[in-house]
Design a protein around this ligand. Structure first.
Ligand code: ADP
Ligand code: MG
Length: 260
């Protein structure tokens, strides 16, 4: 059988690199299995589509800027019986994004809030959504920098293009008035447009202290946020602490942890 001369250059012109790289292999498979031309083309096109999807997912995961690649596969639900596994798995299917709903994960340090928030965010990337991860302090800094460079509009446009923003560690660091106002601006920007997953150690009643003691600002903010919300409360001891105790026991060490 004659080899095609121009196929490579056509596939390059059409920007189909996977088809270019794999047509010979797929062609051999199809000859061996006695498949039709139509099936050959379908298999080859599927390879291109799959490669593009994988690349797009990698790009979205990269752009989201998650600090660690945590997924629900690696989450031990048995360690946090107060967290409803089915509910988390349901939420990870990302239907809340289409409805512009928000998730708030509240609980003490080390119980897996950031892990669950990151895992849901990564799942959203896999499902084709645009996601961005910020710590609350990082977001406020990003706003302050943007303001200095007169780029607030650009930053807000960037945020507006996201389907989901994961806002980690709200309430860990109290904000000054400017920081609180920026965060309020951010929440207003996201309201009914961009979903949020927020992790916090503070119940809503204590939010005013994050927002420079401004009850009205905190109230307005909670109002916007809780309009469409899924609350996940995680109680229990720090997983970090427990697992480090477990490994110490396993190695015959003492249960006491030195302060770090
Ligand atoms: P938080 O945000 O609530 O302070 P993290 O999500 O940062 O806690 O969890 C602390 C560390 O413990 C992380 O490395 C996280 O992956 C791990 N971790 C916490 N809970 C679990 C769990 N139930 N199963 C597996 N790993 C967990
Ligand atoms: Mg955390």
């Amino acid at each position: 059988m004659k080899e095609p001369h121009l196929l490579g250059s056509y596939l390059r012109t059409l920007k189909l690199p996977t088809m270019l790289a794999q047509w010979q292999e797929v062609s051999r498979q199809c000859v061996d299995s006695d498949l039709s031309y139509g099936e050959f083309l379908e298999r080859l096109a599927a390879r291109e589509v799959n490669a593009r999807e994988t690349k797009a997912i990698d790009r979205r995961l990269r752009q989201a800027g998650f600090p660690a690649p945590k997924d629900l596969d690696g989450f031990d639900f048995a360690a946090v019986p107060t967290l409803n596994k089915k509910r988390v798995l349901d939420l990870a299917r990302c239907e809340f994004l289409a409805k512009r709903e928000n998730i708030v994960l509240v609980g003490p340090p080390g119980v897996g809030k950031s892990h669950v928030a990151t895992a849901c965010g990564r799942e959203a990337c896999r499902r084709g959504f645009r996601v961005k991860f910020f710590t609350a302090a990082g977001l406020v800094n990003t706003y302050l920098e943007a303001r200095e460079q007169r780029q607030i509009l650009r930053l807000e446009a960037q945020i507006g293009r996201c389907d989901l923003v994961v806002l980690d560690e709200l309430g860990y660091i109290p904000l000054d008035k400017t920081g609180a106002e920026h965060l309020f601006g951010f929440f207003s920007r996201c309201y009914e447009r961009t979903s949020l997953i927020i992790t916090t150690n503070l119940p809503f009643a204590e939010w005013p202290q994050v927002f420079a003691g401004d009850e009205r600002l905190a109230g307005a903010l909670i109002d916007r946020l809780t309009h469409r919300i899924h609350m996940l409360e995680i109680q229990g001891d720090s997983y970090r602490l427990q697992s480090s105790l477990r490994s110490r026991r396993a190695t015959g060490g003492s249960d006491k942890l030195s302060a770090t």
